[in-house]
Design a protein around this ligand. Sequence first.
Ligand SMILES: [Zn+2]
Length: 81
Amino acid sequence: MTRNTVVCLSCQKVMQRERSGAVVLVEADFGPYQLYYADLFVCEFCGKKVVSSFAHAPFAEHHQPDFAAKLAKAEIVARVQ
Ligand SMILES: [Zn+2]
């Protein structure tokens, strides 16, 4: 076990990292707010997916001039409000 180990509570098994650098969109009341890189984990027994191990800071924020371009290009795995 490590600091970043993720456990499926339904199956009591360690979940496997399916992807590093998965993109998560944080949404605010006014719309898209921030883009973060995180890791996508999947339980190989029940198929549940979890996003965890976020980067320390977003790689894009709504006030930046290239935010719309990065948002359009991003393959978003989760939208969080
Ligand atoms: Zn499971």
